[in-house]
Design a protein. Structure first.
Length: 118
């Protein structure tokens, strides 16, 4: 089993940056893809981005060019660097582990709140 714990959320002004962390325990990232999702109040959870086990990344159009996912294997931690934040980025952010064979997200963190003020 993979346990995920997010941290790094908080309040930031528009135009600012935050880096979210997702610490994993129980197993390593070697054989799974790691994704980030977010859910704003009153909205459905949406895909933010994913780093595949091959190292390739994919991002939602809404964050492309502003957000970046990286992994520190030594720390067993996934990061989401968020730049040029705007109020529309306000949400609870979740990291998730995806089974690369079935494409299903099987492991989820508890989420961390990001609030961007205008």
């Amino acid at each position: 089993q993979l346990q995920l714990v997010e941290s790094g959320g908080g309040l930031v002004q528009a135009g600012g940056s935050l880096r979210l962390s997702c610490a994993a325990s129980g197993r390593t990232f070697n054989n799974i893809d790691m994704g980030w999702f977010r859910q704003a109040p009153g909205k459905e959870r949406e895909f933010v981005g994913r780093r595949n086990r091959s190292g390739t990344t994919v991002y939602a159009d809404s964050v492309k060019g502003r957000f970046a996912i990286s992994i520190d294997n030594a720390k067993n931690t996934v990061y989401l660097q968020m730049n040029s934040l705007n109020p529309e980025d306000t949400a609870v952010y979740y990291c998730a582990g995806r089974n690369p064979y079935y494409g299903t997200y099987e492991f989820w963190g508890q989420g961390t709140q990001v609030t961007v003020s205008s």
